[in-house]
Design a protein around this ligand. Structure first.
Ligand code: UTP
Length: 300
């Protein structure tokens, strides 16, 4: 593989949003700590980053979400307790949460939108490309999705949006991309000429939505800064808002990644993810499957 372009070593996980779709739970528990079986969902996203070869992860949180930071810190009392009881397997499990990759936690003091959260995280980088994983989007795939995007970056050196087709009824819930050439809209990797945030279904420019995975060249930062300066009162800075200016200088590509994606910000997505991971779990999968089959039969 070509190494013409810099390797992606840094990644931001914006996780500072209010999580209103998951109220009342998110009144006190960050949605990123809600477990998929016995692991907080953010732990699975950190795995994706590390399995992709990322060396430094910036978690952007709000001051109400300090428990996320605690999860990634060592718990010495618990470690000593497990050590004294010779519970080596459990010890390994909890040590895995204080990882080898550097994890930094930064605060986004005001929730000014995803674009702002990315800006807060990117301050720690120095003119180098970086990846972004959204805390809401859990994707189960053979090759980690971030790695899939990194492989494409190695070929083109341009910013890339991870996309997938969504149902027509859902087109008004996402950022929908506009392919540069109409005939390319069925390819899995192509240049875009824009994206529309939550279009009306009848006006959607394609059926491909941006779903929580990105690679950006560092030059996106100056566009975010410019937009932030002019941000209107009570408005959020979305990443899509910068694309028009950005594309005057650089290309953006869309890559249709492989994997099953769960929207953990919604109750339905979270329930589906739980069932999916439970069925795939070696220890409990069989029991869960027979329970679901029994229940489905009884329900007719
Ligand atoms: P969303 O707007 O989808 O998530 O942001 P939210 O605000 O947490 O949830 P709802 O819509 O109120 O239910 C997409 C991602 O951007 C992060 C969120 O944490 C989520 O991962 N985000 C959003 C921030 O980090 N900061 C923000 O100011 C806004």
């Amino acid at each position: 593989m070509s190494n013409k372009f810099p390797q992606i070593k840094k990644l931001i996980i914006p996780a500072a949003g209010w999580g209103t779709r998951f109220l009342p739970m998110t009144k006190i528990i960050p949605k990123e700590l809600v477990p998929i079986l016995n692991r907080p969902s953010i732990d699975l996203l950190v795995d994706e980053a590390i399995d992709s070869g990322i060396e430094e992860i910036i978690l952007v949180i709000s001051t109400r979400k300090q428990e996320i930071m605690k999860y990634f810190e060592p718990n010495i009392l618990l470690e000593n307790e497990l050590k004294s009881k010779q519970k080596h397997e459990l010890l390994k499990k909890i040590r895995k949460t204080n990882r080898e990759a550097v994890i930094r936690v930064v605060y986004q003091y005001e929730q000014l939108g995803l674009g702002h959260a990315i800006l807060v995280g990117a301050k720690f980088f120095n003119d180098e490309p970086f990846a972004v994983i959204l805390g809401d989007d859990l994707i189960q795939s053979d090759v980690p999705v971030t790695k899939q995007l990194m492989n494409m970056y190695a070929k083109c050196g341009s910013s890339i949006l991870g996309v997938q087709e969504v149902e027509e009824n859902d087109l008004n819930k996402y950022g929908i991309i506009i392919p540069k050439l109409d005939e390319e809209k069925n390819n899995n990797f192509f240049e875009i000429k824009g994206a529309v945030e939550k279009p009306e279904i009848k006006n959607a420019p394609s059926n491909k939505a941006v779903l929580g995975r990105y690679i950006f060249n560092y030059s996106i930062v100056k566009h975010l800064e410019k937009k932030l300066k002019n941000l209107e009162e009570d408005k959020e800075l979305d990443i899509v808002d910068t694309f028009a200016d950005y594309m005057k200088e650089e290309k953006i590509f869309a890559y249709e990644f492989e994997g099953i994606r769960f929207d953990l910000g919604s109750i339905k997505g979270f329930a589906l993810a739980t069932i999916h991971y439970a069925l795939k779990n070696e220890e409990i999968g069989g029991d869960i499957k027979s329970h679901i089959l029994k229940l489905a039969k009884a329900m007719g």
